[in-house]
Design a protein around this ligand. Structure first.
Ligand code: PEP
Ligand code: MG
Length: 615
């Protein structure tokens, strides 16, 4: 019996007992997954830097410090090695930056001088660390602020090793436990994965890019919820954590368990090689729908393959750029892309070229401040402004696929001219590789992402020009409705089933059909159970969803009667109001703007102002 099944069974048998307080806590999703477990509340990490008791009262020598440095370095190298073996290469940078600090004479040398001048070893470590932390903590640059975590992590490890505590911590098995912790260092996360924790709830310290990418990559479900929200949860409380939405349920009742039962089981089953995923997805009346996946890291490719993806419909190539310490070189990129190709074992992969800008700015890149970044230098505009970055990436892709078919698509294509220009740059890269006798793919298929309203009117021309199309529904909805997808204030206006959007998708389907070009749809609409039927009715035959949603989407499609949804889609496409469409699709919806009345906001405003004035 799986753990989750066991817990469900346990929960059912104890229903006659007094029910503990049930609460729903709304936090922020960090890394996907739905898990159950009992809470383990860590007030401070076992060997935290803040714990002044570590090693105090023991007199250490300079030789002890040097031994602790060596030991720390060995441990980090081991972590690095382990993570390299199991996970994508870019993540190993986390430990590279730790090792760089340890090798830095300005850090360890300074501690050493302190010890030589008579300071206690522990005090010297804490003192120098605090000195550097205070410099970096005040930097406005996030990248430097993350250095604070690295420094604290190193100091904590040095102190523990000094006191021979490195591996002396309890060899806890966190199987069936969800950890609630105020802070987390990358190396702690690795350790928690090794100790089989079900999930993590982070309560302070915010979520750094390192931590969220690492959690996703390690498949560790994770939620961020403030300390106040979590304050009355004690060790032993039963929790169900929906990290896909950032929700945590305490002492979940049968209704919640029933709602999540299928998802809980999916997580375990889907990863077993003999899982229930079928190689092909058919509607109940036999229409074939291709299920592709969206990934951003090499490590996700293996998961995608295991979870039954027919291919990668969207490889977000900016992900390695966002977690690196600088723009990855052509060779580094080549290694990454090659690994993705090899992991997918011949299945189709659509590499999207860099989609930087908007909310995706690498921390090492000093981009000009933009008041409206989503309408700023992003997607292909960024690529054209920084041609060398774009061309380097194209060369890496062409080289990585020298002996395989290659599909490359461009994000946020706004005109046929823009598409042609991108193609010219690809052709130039091919000529260049040929001239220097570098093995490369000379006939890549090139696709356009349809995710701007201006691409809809020219969908037919783009379909003629490109080898394939992909609808990016997140951006398409955001731009067609002029609703920032990250702005909670206007969330109720983000209505993907707006008649204009569904008609736009239909127009793209017709254009692709007319020119016999493959078309897929990615973004959140592709995994929305309320919208998948109408998308199929509109004529979408390939959906790109995150690896962990494949099974659920497949189950849903198997229940769909294609002929029936064709009929619904016909009616939906003829409808012009939100009310009609919500009725046809069974989506409860009021007219946007009937949410919180303006007066509520007005009433709150003076209070907020008064508070801020006093502060
Ligand atoms: C989209 O816009 O739907 C898409 C898949 O791209 P992004 O990476 O911007 O979500
Ligand atoms: Mg997009």
């Amino acid at each position: 019996m799986t753990l989750t099944k066991q817990m469900l069974a346990d929960r059912k048998t104890t229903l006659s007992e007094p029910v503990e307080e049930q609460r729903t806590i709304t936090g922020k999703p960090v890394a996907d997954g739905v898990v159950m477990g009992t809470a383990v509340v860590l007030t401070t990490l076992p060997d935290s830097l803040a714990d002044n008791s570590i090693g105090n009262g023991v007199k250490h020598t300079l030789a002890d410090f040097q031994r602790a440095v060596r030991l720390t370095s060995e441990q980090l190298r081991e972590f690095q090695q382990r993570i390299r073996e199991g996970i994508a290469e870019p993540i190993s940078d986390i430990f590279a930056s730790h090792l760089a600090i340890l090798d830095d004479d300005a850090f360890t040398g300074k501690i050493q001088s302190g010890i030589e001048s008579g300071a206690a070893v522990q005090d010297a470590i804490r003192g120098v660390t605090k000195e550097y932390v205070s410099i970096f903590a005040h930097s406005t640059h996030l990248r430097f602020r993350e250095k604070v975590d690295d420094l604290n992590d190193i100091a904590r490890r040095l102190l523990a090793n000094l006191a021979h505590q490195a591996d002396a911590g309890p060899n806890t098995d966190y199987h069936g436990r969800i950890l609630i912790t105020p802070m987390l260092f990358p190396s702690d996360m690795l350790r928690l994965v090794a100790q089989r924790a079900e999930g993590i709830i982070l309560t302070t310290g915010g979520v750094t890019a390192h931590i969220s990418v690492l959690a996703q990559s390690l498949e560790m479900p994770m939620v961020f919820a403030s300390a106040e929200l979590m304050e009355d949860i004690s060790t032993g409380t039963a929790l169900l954590m929906d990290a896909n939405h950032g929700t945590v349920y305490t002492n979940p009742g049968t209704d919640i368990l029933a709602r999540y039962g299928c998802l809980l089981e999916t997580r375990g089953k889907a990863l077993t090689p003999d899982g229930v995923i079928r190689p092909q997805t058919l509607t109940s009346d036999g229409r074939r729908i291709r299920l592709l996946t969206a990934i951003g890291l090499v490590s996700e490719a293996a998961t995608a393959r295991k979870l039954g993806a027919e291919g990668v419909g969207l490889y977000r190539s900016e992900m390695p750029f966002l977690i690196h310490n600088g723009f990855p070189s052509e060779d580094e990129q080549h290694t990454i892309y090659r690994k993705v190709i090899e992991e997918m074992e011949g299945r189709e992969i659509i590499f999207r070229t860099l989609d930087l800008g908007g909310d995706k700015i690498p921390e090492y890149f000093l981009a000009a401040e933009e008041s409206n970044p989503f309408l700023g230098l992003r997607g292909m505009r960024f690529a054209y402004r920084h041609r060398e970055i774009f061309s380097t990436q194209v060369r890496a892709l062409l080289r990585a696929a020298h002996d395989r078919p290659l599909k490359v698509m461009f994000p946020l294509v706004s005109s046929v001219d823009s598409f042609r220009h991108a193609r010219e740059l690809v052709e130039a890269a091919i000529r260049d590789l040929k001239a220097t006798n570098v093995p490369h793919q000379s006939r890549p298929e090139l696709g356009a992402m349809i995710e701007l309203p201006c691409a809809i009117g020219i969908a037919d021309a783009l379909a003629e020009e490109a080898d394939f199309l992909s609808i990016g529904s997140n951006d398409l909805v955001q731009h067609m409705l002029a609703v920032d997808r990250t702005n909670e204030q206007v969330a109720e206006w983000y209505v993907p089933w707006h008649p204009s959007i569904l008609r736009a998708i239909r127009a793209v389907v017709e254009a692709a059909r007319h020119h016999h070009k493959p078309l897929s749809l990615c973004g959140d609409m592709a995994q929305d159970p309320a919208l998948i039927p109408v998308l199929i009715g509109i004529g979408i035959t390939a959906l790109t969803v995150p690896p962990r949603r494949i099974l659920r989407v497949q189950h849903l499609i198997q229940q769909i009667d294609a002929a029936a949804v064709d009929e619904i889609a016909r009616k939906v496409l003829a409808a012009s109001t939100l009310a009609e469409i919500s009725g046809l699709l069974g989506i409860p919806h009021g007219f946007p703007g009937y949410g919180p009345p303006a007066s509520t906001l007005d009433t709150n405003a003076p209070g907020d102002l008064a508070t801020s004035k006093q502060a």
